[in-house]
Design a binder for this molecule. Structure first.
Ligand code: ZN
Length: 379
């Protein structure tokens, strides 16, 4: 990860670059910052800067062999430890490293809960068990593969088992030569005071709203106004802002699917309907169900609009413009028909119905409802 890919926190970046350029690399450091502050992202950028063979003035080069290995989290002298759901006494983080790489490459602002979800264990609490300390001590005592620093990044040391933490203390006090231990934590109160006193603190503050907003626009092309809203709502937590932006994007794709679908059905454009069915068949069952739920929501919004309950209409922007044009095709005769059709389709998806057949059939039913509504408007 490059420094320029880390959101905001310019002062911290300056200090870190300066310390590396001055050759002051502390052997035990604590990157402390609340959830979504980017402490893990910052630690990764810092490590890459240390290893980069062709450092630029203010960032790693991003293209030397070391940069590439650090970017893929596969450098042989960079080791990771993190909480996991222990399946036996000899279990270690190494058994989950492929999943961990995947999770943090996808989102270096990830929190613990999202990591457990990634492991498929959203209902369990992970730990960094005693055996893990043995692994850390062992790996740090070996020679480095490439002759430079050996680095251990320990993510969420709050979850270190008490004895594991105690075992680590001695290594942190008298580390083997050319060793860096980086702890990345959210809450210093959950760390042993003896650990705190042995680490140099790198403190990240909560992100500024404008930095969160800028990050969302850069990463997801989030619309400026929405990005600003999400930033102020999430109080500098980029993890949260990012998940909200992703689900807003999802809503938008539901809207676009629905709008296109209604247009094809209204025009009785069979070719259009068939290519729409091809698209919707590919998005997976969970998304198809979510789409149908959205369709029910939109139909209900149309009904509210028609009954003069406009203050209950919550949708805005393009969705609202479309809804107002579409609302005349929802009336007291067909409202329940739409809802029953979409609900039944959701149930059929649960029972593994073939998506193409299901959405083709559904399209014909919708086409009939639209035609009837259109005929009654003309009368
Ligand atoms: Zn480089």
């Amino acid at each position: 990860m490059l420094f320029k890919e880390v959101i905001g926190q310019e002062e911290v970046k300056d200090k870190l670059r300066q310390s590396v350029n001055d050759g002051r690399i502390s052997h035990a450091q604590l990157f402390l910052g609340t959830e979504g502050s980017g402490n893990l992202a910052m630690a990764l950028a810092y490590i890459q800067f240390i290893y980069c063979e062709n450092k630029q003035e203010d960032d790693s080069c991003g293209s030397c062999a070391s940069c590439r290995k650090i970017e893929h989290l596969t450098h042989p002298d960079l080791h990771f430890s993190f909480p996991f759901i222990k399946s036996g006494d000899n279990d270690s983080a190494d058994n989950y490293i492929a999943s961990y790489r995947e999770a943090i490459l996808e989102n270096p602002y990830i929190n613990l809960l999202a990591w457990y979800e990634h492991l498929g264990h959203q209902d369990k609490q992970g730990i960094i068990p005693v055996n893990e300390s043995n692994q850390i001590i062992k790996k740090l005592s070996l020679k480095s593969f490439e002759g430079g620093y050996k680095t251990y990044l320990i993510w969420m040391p709050e979850r270190l088992h008490g004895s594991a933490a105690n075992k680590l203390l001695k290594t942190m006090e008298e580390p083997p030569d050319k060793t860096i231990i980086i702890l990345v934590a959210n809450d210093s109160e959950q760390l042993l005071p003896t650990i705190l006193s042995r680490t140099q603190l790198v403190k990240l503050s909560r992100l500024k709203d404008e930095d969160v907003s800028f990050g969302l626009i850069k990463e997801f092309e989030t619309e400026r106004h929405l990005a600003a809203n999400l930033a102020s709502m999430t109080e500098g937590n980029y993890f949260l802002a990012r998940s909200l932006a992703l689900s807003a994007g999802e809503n938008n794709s539901n809207f676009l699917h629905f709008r296109d679908w209604m247009r094809y059905c209204f025009k009785k454009d069979i070719k259009g309907v068939s290519s729409w069915v091809d698209d919707i068949s590919k998005i997976g069952r969970a998304h198809q169900k979510d789409f149908l739920k959205y369709a029910i929501h939109l139909i209900r919004q149309c009904a509210m609009n028609n009954y003069g309950a406009e203050d209950l209409v919550t949708i805005k922007g393009d969705e609202r413009v479309f809804m107002q044009k579409f609302a005349p095709f929802v009336n007291h005769l067909n409202l329940q028909d739409y809802i029953t059709l979409f609900n039944d389709a959701r149930n059929h998806i649960d029972r593994n119905a073939n998506a193409k057949i299901l959405f083709t059939d559904l399209s014909y039913q919708v086409l009939i409802l639209l035609k009837e509504a259109n005929d009654s408007i003309k009368k």
